[in-house]
Design a protein around this ligand. Structure first.
Ligand code: BGC
Length: 489
């Protein structure tokens, strides 16, 4: 199978809208000519709508700032790995059991709009396997997420045993010398926030979402605070909201619902701010980290007036502008760059070769360098790259990708930008949303019989980098690797 026979299929094309404003046009349609025509039309519509500001006015962003002229003083660099609960954990509960829970993504799966997840990589019942692998790799930080639905399977009813288990995970990481970075929400909501009769009143926009979120955050932060210094309230809210309300790929799967988009951005930003305040109240020394989806956008030739481009940029900063001031660290996920135009949006999922991933994403470390500059200039805060990784079956390509992105970070630090950490996505091949188990993002794989994590050579390369570059200053000496000779997969 080509890196992704499936990835070229309808379901996987659809999933290309996964983060940020990724492929909002092409991901909406099926393959082929009809898709091309419809995509172009929708592109124009989007462009036209932009005159009316379809995404609404951007938040009150800060004034652009000049870059710092001196590199930050040497300090420990956070070398981490990121995972998420839904993509890693087995549910380990049976229907009608007291702890039974479902998420909105499970609803999508039951509607046959996403692949089955099964038991993912058994992190709930075999967390010790993850921990052993993390220790072996030698990471200093580990970002994992809490499954809200597991902790609160019914509104106001908490699963104390599940909470204890998450706390135990954080405690064991800490004991192993690994700093836990607790993410409170990574894409999935409890199914009881899903309104089947009125999908537009689901999730962020459910009438009880904010009070229930605040109670949930309060529980988790109080419980994990003894072992946790870093909290990420939300993972890529900007990407999730785009895919949920503009391109119908994420629950509640609505199309071009600009009004809902705006309300959801406001609601999630308000909930982010609530969480940040709660975190500081419980543990003033804790650090609040944003995790936004920030692809690097370029202007495509068929984008009159840069209208699509401006819409994409707007999608990058919409949420962050509303929360950056309550963040200690502005974190963002970076995977690729793209020139979004009616044609390129459609074509990109099918691109293969040395400079593309098996999902058709354009590999562009320089885009990360430019993104760091833009974020640093705009917000003037310390930064972390909270996810970066590649879907590929060719692990040598992963090494090349990782090394060049880290080198790009080093270059930005040398130029005076304050980047404090890099998190690889991800520990092992896992459940990749619309791509199921086809997209291989792992530095390792799981042995299906023993559940052991079998590390790929890229994990060893990451270890070498971690050991030899312990400080922010030393990261600047990572050299880029210019060529990649392996067949493009
Ligand atoms: C998400 C992950 C996802 C990864 C690769 C990020 O946008 O946070 O959940 O697996 O990208 O697509």
């Amino acid at each position: 199978m080509r890196g992704a026979a499936k990835i070229g299929s309808t379901a996987s094309v659809a999933s290309d809208s996964l983060r940020g404003m990724r492929n909002p046009v092409s991901s909406f349609f099926k393959d082929g000519f009809i898709a091309g025509a419809a995509s172009a039309a929708l592109g124009l519509l989007l462009s036209g709508c932009n005159c009316l500001n379809p995404l609404g006015p951007p938040g009150k962003g800060p004034e652009p700032r000049p870059p710092r002229s001196q590199p930050v003083p040497k300090e420990k660099f956070a070398w981490g790995i990121s995972t998420s609960s839904y993509q890693y954990e087995d549910p380990a509960v049976k229907p009608r059991g007291t702890g039974y829970f479902q998420t909105d993504w499970d609803i999508l799966v039951s509607q046959h709009k996403a692949p089955e997840k099964g038991n993912a990589v058994y992190t709930w019942t075999h967390f010790e396997k993850d921990l052993a692998a993390l220790k072996k790799i030698g990471v200093t930080h580990y970002r994992f997420s809490i499954e809200w639905a597991r902790v609160e399977p019914r509104p106001g009813v908490y699963n104390e045993e599940a909470i204890r288990r998450y706390v135990e995970m954080a405690r064991r990481m800490k004991a192993a010398g690994i700093e836990p970075v607790v993410c409170l929400w990574h894409f999935t909501f409890p199914s009881w926030l899903y309104d089947h009769a009125h999908p537009g009143r689901s999730n962020w926009l459910h009438p009880t979402a904010r009070p229930r979120w605040n109670a949930y955050v309060d529980r988790i932060v109080r419980a994990t605070a003894p072992y946790t210094r870093f909290y990420a309230p939300q993972n890529e809210p900007n990407g999730q909201i785009t895919t949920a309300y503009i391109v119908a790929q994420w629950p509640p799967a609505m199309t071009l619902a600009f009004g809902h988009y705006r309300k959801a951005i406001d609601a999630s930003a308000a909930m982010f701010r609530d969480a940040a305040a709660k975190i500081k109240a419980v543990k003033p020394s804790a650090k609040v980290v944003s995790v936004e989806a920030l692809p690097w956008w370029e202007r495509a030739p068929l984008d009159p007036g840069g209208l699509i481009y401006n819409t994409m940029i707007h999608g990058n900063i919409d949420h962050l502008d509303r929360v950056y001031d309550v963040c200690d660290i502005v974190g963002f996920n970076y995977y690729y760059s793209q020139a979004p135009g009616p044609i390129s949006l459609l074509a990109e999922p099918y691109r293969r070769g040395p400079n593309f991933t098996m999902m058709g994403w354009r590999i562009d470390p320089n885009g990360l360098y430019k993104e760091i500059r833009r974020v640093g200039d705009r917000y003037g805060k310390p930064m972390m790259i909270t996810e970066n990784g590649i879907a590929t079956r060719d692990d040598a390509k992963r090494v090349w990708y990782m090394r060049n992105h880290i080198a790009a970070i080093g270059r930005a630090i040398r130029d005076g930008y304050d980047v404090r950490g890099y998190f690889a996505w991800s520990l092992v091949d896992n459940y990749e949303w619309h791509y199921g188990y086809e997209a291989k993002f792992g530095l390792g794989t799981m042995d299906p019989k023993t559940y052991d994590r079998i590390l790929k050579p890229s994990a060893g390369k990451f270890t070498e980098i971690i050991r030899s570059k312990p400080t922010v200053g030393s990261v600047t000496t990572v050299q880029p690797q210019d060529s990649f000779a392996a067949p493009g997969r």
